[in-house]
Design a protein around this ligand. Sequence first.
Ligand code: ADP
Length: 391
Amino acid sequence: MPASECTMANILTINSGSSSIKLSVYGAGERLLIKGLLERIGLPEGAFSAWDSEGALIRNGRLSFPDHAAALSELTGWLRNSPVGNGICAVGHRVVHGGRITAPQKIDAAMMDSLRALKPFAAEHLPHEIKAIEALESSLPGVAQVACFDTSFHTNMPEVARTFAIPEEFRRAGVVRYGFHGLSYEYIMEELGKTDPERAKGRVVIAHLGNGSSMCAVLNGMSIETTMGFTPLGGLVMSTRTGDLDPGIIVYMLKTKKYGADELNEVLNRASGLKAISGISSDMADLLREENRSAKAALAINVYCYQARKFLGALAGALGGIDTLVFTAGIGENSPQVRERILEGMGFMGLEVDSEKNLLGGPVISKGPVAIRVMKTNEELMIARHTARLL
Ligand code: ADP
């Protein structure tokens, strides 16, 4: 199908992680036609599962993929024979880092060069995303591809929020706060604009609490501050990532352990966070189940909630007050205990939670002047919307 005929007619979205690929196909009227997950890429015992628009499993198979190219070739081959078959008119990709690129863009050779040049800025994610784009170019030739960046929503953050207190040489080289989870924040703001347009123009803090967790301060629809920084490693405590650290700890680790860059990266990104404190699991639901039996699990949850409360106060300070708080993503949407514990003692700021409404999961869970909402995020749909709008 030529791109000119592409509205929301069968847009494929790809969210490519280090060992997994999430896919969705959206049809007319933002209807989710297919959702899929390819897991354990490059590892033994991989799997490819897919569900139809009713949530029924339409594919469930163990299948090992040596690399992303093999996984994507399997994915596109399967899609071709699926009911949405030849109707894919465009592909939208989640791309973690756009550098100076400020909005979603159609992918061409110049864009690919820009992305390759950005690899050192996002070595955890960008190489896999570039591979996904290249693989889809060859398996769906002629189909337009669009890159949607997690950084775009934060592009207009003021200089004072973007600037780290490090020598100018590094800032000139691009070591500034970029912020991430932008597709989730954009989606939440579009939906909040529909349900509560007045408050959406005010002072909003969004808490995206998932395996990766961050918060964003939004004023008049624009991001003015966010907890993640130059990479998605900063800010809140996460499932396996440290969040903000005293930088002196890194110097200490380098000196005492003689780590190389890759080992240090491994410790900070994959051996820290909830997993490190609890010694049990990186998964919040697991920890909540264990906390009565395990003091370490309880400590991990307490540190997570305490740090989130501290950052919530900081972002409200950046905004000069707060009108709306939104909880979203896996933990934010599903855990009344974590929401309530983050909000403990925040009544002085007008943040008062109604325990009954909180247990029921919203949509509004507040009883004070600040509206506290629970909203489901949908990064895939945001990618599909951008892709349709651009083409
Ligand atoms: P990702 O960043 O990988 O997209 P998600 O947004 O899916 O992550 O969030 C995953 C997290 O949400 C996990 O820690 C999981 O335990 C947590 N979670 C999901 N459901 C619940 C629940 N009912 N109670 C507590 N935590 C939950």
